[in-house]
Design a protein around this ligand. Structure first.
Ligand code: GUN
Length: 297
């Protein structure tokens, strides 16, 4: 009979981090410092993206950041979007800039992301910030991987020497996560993805299993070993007529099957999602302090 697993409560930890940031902002501002300012760009009217951006704006309000939300129509041209990014890059009051992804098909996400100045890239998506992951003095870290490591640390989970199996090799999560776990946290890392043969042979060996594929319920109970630590990055809207919203959220892990075998596991929602937002706030605070320091120098 296995022990009950511990739920990695990302919402609670993110709330703690927000309280810490709010305190720091108060001290900063009362000492005559600048209030950190995040700008967010949303293109189109996709419901999920709207929700994510609104959550980010709500988090800014809670910690006392300034915020600017720019919502452009789906039809905005790539050139116009680029010039808006240039304008915000040049706005001395703005410390952090995010462009919510995905973008419409006629706009190149990579070109747009790359136009954000690295010092304001609080999602940590630019090539420079990715490159700096493999520095002992990194730039702004990609928000989701940074949030996951912080969540594990706040539960005193020892990562060093553990076998971490990363399922997913995306630019936003899987690829940087695997580097952070091996380079910074000294885990032994296996990276799996949609072309991996016999996925369960790998997932069964995981001490720490991180899943970011966007395939709801991909990881079943018989694909993990007893005592595994599970981090589920997936968050897919599944249509239902059983609630007023018309959908529910499902992760990449079949929670009911995997939870009884896990020692620790993140819920969906309330696990990784809130931690990504907490990381975004931490990065914005860091960007703001870095910029203030540069001005003094
Ligand atoms: N779309 C899905 N996740 C993210 C994220 O972390 N940042 C941005 N900008 N867009 C996203």
């Amino acid at each position: 009979m296995s022990q009950k697993s511990i739920i990695l409560d990302g919402k609670k930890v993110a709330d703690d981090i927000k309280d810490e940031i709010a305190q720091e902002v108060e001290i900063l501002v009362s000492g005559g410092g600048k209030r950190p300012h995040l700008a967010a760009i949303l293109v189109g009217d996709d419901g999920a993206s709207q929700t994510y951006v609104n959550n980010k704006i709500r988090a800014c309000k809670r910690v006392g950041f300034e915020y600017t939300l720019l919502n452009f129509p789906e039809t905005i041209s790539e050139n116009k979007l680029m010039s808006e990014i240039e304008r915000i890059n040049a706005d001395d009051d703005v410390d952090g800039l995010i462009v919510q992804l995905p973008l419409p098909e006629h706009i190149s996400s990579s070109k747009v992301t790359e136009r954000i100045m690295p010092e304001k890239d609080v999602d940590g998506f630019t090539n420079l910030n990715y490159g700096k992951i493999t520095s002992k003095n990194p730039g702004l870290m990609p928000a989701t991987p940074y949030g996951i490591v912080e969540l594990l640390k706040r539960y005193d989970i020892d990562i060093l020497g553990k076998h971490c199996v990363m399922v997913g090799n995306s630019r936003t999560v899987g690829a940087p996560m695997s580097i952070i776990m091996s380079y910074h946290e000294n885990a032994t890392v296996t990276v799996c993805h949609i072309h991996t043969k016999n996925l369960e042979e790998h997932t069964k060996k995981a001490d720490i299993l991180i899943v970011a594929t966007g395939k709801p319920g991909l990881i079943k109970g018989d694909m993990v070993k007893e005592g595994v630590i599970v981090v589920d990055v997936g968050i897919t809207r599944i249509t239902t007529d059983e609630n007023d919203r018309g959908y529910y959220l499902k992760g990449d892990v079949e929670f009911e099957e995997v939870e009884p075998k896990a020692s620790y596991i993140t819920p969906v929602p309330g696990g990784v999602g809130p931690m990504t937002i907490a990381s975004l706030l931490l990065n914005t605070l860091k960007a703001s302090k870095n910029r203030a320091q540069l001005k003094q120098a």
